[in-house]
Design a protein around this ligand. Structure first.
Ligand SMILES: *Cc1c(COP(=O)(O)O)cnc(C)c1O
Length: 415
């Protein structure tokens, strides 16, 4: 409210209590609680950056960027050109573009490889007549998300050894794909993968969707020589959930954009990202490189320690803290218990936390990624008496609530 309006409304108030009413008048109207209106459960996220839990919460700077840019128009292509240039600089790529997620980056990136700058081919996909039609990856690197390549009409060919790889390469091979988090699952590592690609003149791609932080991963794989790099905006980068980054060779990014909005008669017309999201994705990345990552890490460690300390002295409980070296790189607390001392399964505990007030979603071990959906361990199975907790998606103070609730639930069922 402007000062003049404020004074005017004040002058309508009875004189006594004018000062109290001043603060009342200056208070903004409470925000609409749409979750409440719609009857939607909200919760403290102790599980991590999971799409089915709506991923992550945007950085403050991203929200500001969105709010300050929404009420102006610009040309979508000009915006993508200029934001792409900046993202490319940050990530040491020749070029870059914002997509509607890492998955979209995979589809569009491969589309660019297949079509080049030929608009006729762009309009023809997923009919691959006259184009290449195979993507090769190592068996351990085929996950739920390689489905993104199928959308172009391509087939995925899996190999396990260098020999098999060399043998699988033929005139139909469009691309050689690498899944960063599966590096230890496959025999062929990054450098060798790139080397074989170069030898046969086949573009190589890498999925690093959930692998930032560490912040160095923003440029590491571009520096290494991958021709296309796919990254999520909606995970720990905390850009809008509906964004991703496609980085790589200039001619491939240019070609990929031919299949992307605003162009119709493309397989990518549904992969729309608008100005708010594109600018949000840009600001998130820009902020990522100037952020104090040590401070952030210490904050996560402190939150994890607080929760660990609240439960670890309870008889029958053991805790350990792990850090995934790759993918969702953050401290994670695993709490396990002896069910002769604590009568509870992990599923029951997660259910109680879910039904408590405030509601809490705790995690479980085992990456859901290869199955494409999350399924907690069955009773009696390994990991059934355990929960996994991360704090990186929590709001300030929520770690204390989680610590208290976990302790309460354990003490309730202690034998
Ligand atoms: C999350 C994820 C994706 C998909 O990313 P989006 O940005 O949600 O499209 C792809 N690959 C891996 C390894 C992932 O973890």
């Amino acid at each position: 409210m402007k000062r003049r309006q404020l004074l005017k409304s004040l002058s309508l108030l009875p004189l006594a209590g004018g000062i109290n009413n001043l603060s009342l008048q200056a208070e903004p109207a409470p925000a609409e609680d749409l979750y409440k209106e719609l009857g939607i459960r909200t919760f403290i996220n102790a599980a991590g950056t999971l799409t089915y839990m709506t991923g992550s919460i945007m950085q403050d700077k991203v929200l500001k960027a969105i709010n300050s840019s929404v009420n102006k128009f610009c040309m979508l292509d000009e915006l993508q050109d200029k934001v792409g240039e900046q993202i490319a600089k940050i990530t040491h790529a020749e070029a870059a573009t914002v997509t509607s997620g890492a998955y979209s980056a995979m589809t569009l990136g491969l589309a660019g490889v297949l079509t080049g700058m030929d608009m006729k081919k762009v309009g023809q996909l997923p009919n691959l007549e006259g184009m290449k039609s195979e993507v090769i990856c190592q068996k351990a690197h085929k996950d739920a998300y390689t489905q993104a390549f199928i959308l172009t009409g391509c087939k995925i060919i899996t190999v396990e050894t260098r020999e098999e790889l060399e043998h699988a390469i033929n005139e139909k091979t469009a691309m050689m794909h690498f899944l960063n988090i599966a590096v230890n699952g496959g025999k062929i590592k990054h450098e060798e993968w790139i080397e074989v690609g170069k030898k046969h003149n086949i573009p190589t791609s890498i999925d690093i969707a959930a692998d930032v932080p560490p912040v160095e991963n923003l440029w590491r794989f571009n520096d290494m020589g991958f021709d296309l790099v796919f990254l999520s905006g909606g995970k720990a980068v905390r850009a809008p959930q509906s964004t991703g980054y496609l980085m790589g060779r200039k001619h491939l990014i240019e070609a990929a954009r031919l299949s992307a909005p605003p162009r119709a008669v493309t397989i990518g017309r549904g992969h729309k990202v608008n100005k708010e999201e594109i600018l949000g994705a840009y600001v998130a990345l820009k902020n990522m490189i100037s952020m104090d990552h040590d401070k952030e890490w210490k904050k996560w460690e402190a939150g994890i320690a607080l929760i660990e300390n609240a439960v670890k002295e309870i008889d029958g409980i053991s805790t350990n803290i792990t850090v995934n070296p790759l993918g969702n790189h953050t401290p994670s607390l695993r709490i396990t218990w002896d069910d002769s001392k604590i009568k509870l399964t992990g599923n029951e505990l997660r259910e109680s936390l879910r039904n408590g007030n405030p509601s809490i979603e705790a995690g479980f071990s085992g990456l859901p990624i290869f199955k494409g959906q999350a399924t907690p361990p069955k009773p009696g199975a390994k990991g059934a008496n355990s929960v996994s907790i991360t704090v990186w998606m929590m709001q300030p103070g929520e770690d204390k609530i989680v610590a208290r609730r976990l302790r309460e639930e354990f003490l309730k069922v202690r034998v």
